[in-house]
Design a protein around this ligand. Structure first.
Ligand code: GLV
Ligand code: GLV
Length: 320
């Protein structure tokens, strides 16, 4: 008998077909729209495995309904959408997809940093709206990237890959992390800094930590005030790490210069969100790992994790 699996989003056929070979598969047929909570609540009761996206909130009450569930395979590196403690108590293995998205997410982080510093979306709109009437000396001037100091909060895989790119731009790189990463320091000439020092010294601050109880609202009013008035904040990790209300006021009042955001506390972000009213904010719809190749790899890794657990084996990426 094949194990029963529920897939919460339509994925490319090659993935769905492989799942069908190995499992009795049911799935939410939409590619765009997330599975409604009440549907998931029904489906999870019957299955041995759940293959889900970061859009699904896998909380305790949901896990308590899933009497046969052995594994939750999240198609993301972040797993703040899953109640890990409740899963552990219920003996449900949780897996994620680290590694395969590192370089793609670092590319996007650096792209967002550059777009924000050089005001690229704003400049493009300026031209298309017919505002470019003459070349002027101080028009659309931004901040230099080369030679600037980058502060990376969270020196994991993605942090290291962003540091590598920054070194190619001749940036000075500071980082803050729970643990010192001596290997990365030596390899790339990075400097470890306390958070306060990093915030005070950096021209760019990149948030690259997971969202946990300790990192929630890590960047709030006090931290934003420590930053330079010319500083740029980039967040490609999770919205909840930065306090959005504090950020809005810091950007509006000129405490910092600009922000580039790929993530929000509530996603999709509402068009009425105050941050979207500011011209010094560059926004993206959570596309850090969004290259076709990488998303396929993430789906493959999630599938492999799922099948391993259902086969009674240890999965490559179990969240502890
Ligand atoms: C995306 O944000 C991920 O965690 O993979
Ligand atoms: C994610 O893969 C990270 O460790 O930064």
């Amino acid at each position: 008998m094949k194990p029963k699996v529920y897939l919460t989003r339509k994925l490319p056929n090659e993935i769905v077909n492989s799942l069908r070979k190995n499992c009795e598969l049911r799935m939410w047929e939409s590619e765009e729209e997330p599975v409604p909570h009440d549907v998931l609540e029904q489906e999870i009761q019957e299955v041995d495995g759940l293959f889900c996206m970061l859009t699904e909130e896998i909380d305790r009450s949901l896990l308590e309904k899933a009497s046969k569930l052995k594994v939750v395979a999240n198609m993301a590196v972040g797993y703040n959408n899953i109640d890990i403690k409740a899963a552990k108590e219920k003996g449900v293995v949780v897996t994620n997809t680290p590694g395969v998205l590192t370089e793609t997410t670092a590319d996007l982080t650096f792209a967002l940093l550059m777009a924000t510093a050089r005001r690229i979306p704003e400049a493009s709109t300026y031209l298309r709206e017919g505002k470019w009437e003459a070349w002027t000396p101080m028009q659309l001037t931004g901040q230099d990237i080369h030679g600037a100091t980058l502060g990376i909060i969270g020196m994991g895989r993605i942090g290291e890959s962003v540091a590598k790119r920054a070194k190619g731009f001749n940036m000075n790189v500071l980082y803050h992390n729970r643990r010192r990463n001596q290997e990365a320091e030596n390899k790339m000439d990075l400097q470890f800094a306390e958070l306060e020092h990093l915030l005070k010294e950096s021209d760019f601050v990149c948030v690259l930590t997971p969202l946990t109880a300790e990192t929630e609202n890590l960047i709030g009013v006090k931290e934003l005030r420590m930053m330079k008035e010319t500083a740029i904040l980039i967040n490609t990790a999770r919205g909840g790490i930065v306090n959005e209300e504090a950020l809005y006021h810091a950007l509006k009042d000129g405490d910092i210069w600009a922000a580039g955001l790929d993530v929000f506390v509530e996603e999709p972000v509402s068009l009425n969100h105050p941050l979207l009213s500011l011209s010094n904010v560059v926004t993206l719809p959570h596309i850090g790992s969004a290259s076709r190749k990488t998303r396929l790899k993430m789906a493959e890794v999630a599938m492999m994790n799922l099948l391993k657990v259902l086969n009674g084996e240890k999965p490559p990426h179990q969240v502890e």
